[in-house]
Write a protein that binds this ligand. Structure first.
Ligand SMILES: [Zn+2]
Length: 382
């Protein structure tokens, strides 16, 4: 489809996606909705590229956004609702073109009989993954009309520091996430080193490439798991404290700032704050919590007790105020300030009173010390 569309771009009239769909309908042993899904995906990609090009043109920038042109090795196959059917034996049947046998898959028991609206078969490094969209029946709640405001400071050592306007705070530890990232980078470097000694395209080269992709994919899954669990902790904490607005410190443009050095640059580029924010937004929506962005400049430098502003960003994990002598957890200080800005429009009106400390995941068994982890109220660790 991409090639057909690319070829038509030389002509005066570009191919319409509906025409492409018609052209490809019976070419493959796929269900007609799969072809339709792929054509719609292409249409959406073209629309995105067009809009990006327009924005670049308006800003008088060189036009770098390209229309889809690259041939993909693996293409995600999409099945829509009409092509999905639960069989009597509890397995899911994904229909193909008439006359060809369907793809029959066994899903985990908890999904058996679920109302599946869409299924996508994707390739992940070394295996296929079936992504299903399920109608859970949970309705998105309207934002609760009354409630507290809470601020979230996103960080590297603590994935999230949350503070409500009443001063209840939560810290979600990010060390598991960081160690997963560090392992990924180490593996990546090792494989790159090995690959550099191989002949490009050789059997060993291909084998190593596959292993590299597999290692990356595993770390990606670990990180996704940690981020999901961490965001669940944050949203549950907000629900328990009757929060209805969750203000997230906006760190969107941090990558565009100055060069911070090799190590910090790598950390920042791998910091999945956008993904974490999305997880917060959709988890919050099912509980009536609205997530909004708040600019967070100077939030970590300002003292949440006396509004004194430091000249430099605080070093280490503790914020020590030179004005009033307060010693506050650095991330909680930031979270209090973000909450204060969201509620009152200025910093320094919210102070931390209570503190909860959570890890997003339990330690893996290999390192399990047998100690019970604090699940509710933890001791402050400064
Ligand atoms: Zn102070």
């Amino acid at each position: 489809m991409v090639q057909a569309h690319a070829a038509s771009r030389g002509n005066e009239k570009w191919l319409k996606c509906e025409d492409i769909e018609k052209q490809f309908k019976k070419k493959y042993a796929l269900h007609s909705t799969c072809v339709q899904g792929l054509a719609q995906k292409l249409k959406a990609n073209i629309a995105t590229a067009r809009q990006l090009r327009l924005l670049q043109k308006q800003a008088n920038q060189p036009i770098t956004a390209k229309y889809p042109y690259r041939e993909k090795k693996y293409q995600t196959v999409i099945w829509k609702e009409s092509a999905l059917r639960w069989r009597a034996d509890g397995r899911l049947s994904l229909s193909n073109q008439r006359g060809t046998p369907p793809l029959i898959l066994a899903l985990p028991n908890r999904y058996r009989g679920a109302d599946i609206c869409r299924a996508e078969l994707t390739w992940r490094a070394d295996h296929y993954e079936l992504c299903v969209t399920i109608d859970s029946g949970i309705e998105i709640q309207e934002t609760q009309s009354s409630g507290l405001v809470a601020g979230v400071d996103l960080g590297e050592i603590h994935i999230a520091a949350v503070a409500t306007e009443k001063g209840d705070t939560l810290l979600v530890n990010g060390r598991a996430l960081r160690s997963s990232k560090q392992l990924r980078n180490k593996r990546h470097a090792d494989y790159t080193c090995l690959l550099s000694k191989c002949k490009k395209g050789s059997k060993r080269y291909r084998k190593l490439l596959k292993s590299k992709a597999r290692a990356s994919a595993k770390c990606y899954r670990q990180q996704r798991d940690i981020l999901h669990k961490a965001s669940r902790h944050v949203v549950n904490f907000c629900a328990a404290n009757t929060v209805n607005v969750l203000a997230v410190g906006d760190v969107g443009d941090i990558q565009n700032s100055v060069d911070l050095g090799k190590k910090t640059n790598q950390k920042i580029s791998q910091w999945a704050h956008g993904r974490f924010r999305r997880y917060l937004a959709y988890k919050g929506a099912s509980l009536g919590i609205r997530v909004e962005d708040i600019p967070e400049d100077y939030s970590s430098r300002t003292c949440s007790q006396c509004k004194n502003v430091k000249n430099n960003a605080p070093k280490g994990r503790v914020y020590t105020c030179s004005g009033c002598g307060a010693i506050i957890h650095r991330d909680l200080n930031g979270a209090c300030n973000i909450c204060s800005r969201a509620k009152y429009g200025l910093y320094g009106c919210v102070q931390a009173h209570t503190q909860m400390y959570l890890r997003p995941i339990r330690r893996s068994r290999a390192f399990d010390t047998g100690r019970k982890l604090p699940t509710q109220v933890g001791t402050p660790r400064l």
